[in-house]
Design a protein around this ligand. Structure first.
Ligand code: 5GP
Ligand code: ZN
Length: 163
């Protein structure tokens, strides 16, 4: 996409500090890091967000993420890392080209974590059923069955529950 910032970075039209590149994937340092080593990993094929990328592209990206994240963590002396991808403005997405953030974390670094709005058991049961039903009735988005012996039919009969 010609007006996409990350496509321009991939094409080398905008400078970036790259840390990894192969045929399918580019990883570069975030221009405004949350923590030192904050890295963005993107597929070279444009898609607006992770929900739009192909499984093949995402597999390539995730392979790279898992290869480089521990090394990035080690390089900056981190104790862990957050791996995240924002989808949609409501979730904080600001660049509409699929990307994963690798954000190194340090024990006691004080970064604020999610606030939990919480839910009642009944509320979670009802919502879980609603989501399972949505998945059952959209066969194109049906993920693989969760565990051997379990089926979506069983889930529908409420014999399978997750917590
Ligand atoms: P999002 O908000 O879409 O999840 O993440 C976009 C990220 O891209 C932000 O963390 C932002 O700092 C980073 N970013 C925005 N413009 C540039 C740029 O020109 N170069 C680099 N390296 N990162 C950028
Ligand atoms: Zn793009």
């Amino acid at each position: 996409m010609s007006d996409c910032l990350f496509c321009k970075i991939i094409a080398g039209e905008i400078p970036s500090v790259n840390v990894y590149e192969d045929e399918y994937v580019l990883a570069f340092l975030d221009i405004n890091p949350v923590k030192a080593g904050h890295t963005l990993v993107v597929p070279k094929n444009h898609a607006d967000d992770v929900s739009q990328s192909s499984n093949e592209d995402l597999a390539q990206v995730m392979g790279v993420v898992l290869k480089i994240a521990p090394k990035i963590q080690e390089t900056v002396g981190g104790d862990g890392f957050n791996l995240m991808s924002n989808v949609g403005e409501a979730a904080g997405q600001s660049v509409f080209h699929t990307h994963f953030h690798i954000i190194p974390r340090f024990n006691g670094d004080g970064l604020p974590m999610w606030e939990h709005e919480g839910a009642t058991d009944e509320g979670r049961e009802a919502l879980g059923e609603k989501i399972r039903n949505a998945l059952i009735h959209q066969s194109d988005t049906l993920p693989p069955e969760p565990v051997e012996g379990a089926s979506y039919e069983k889930m529908e009969e409420n014999k399978y529950r997750s917590n």
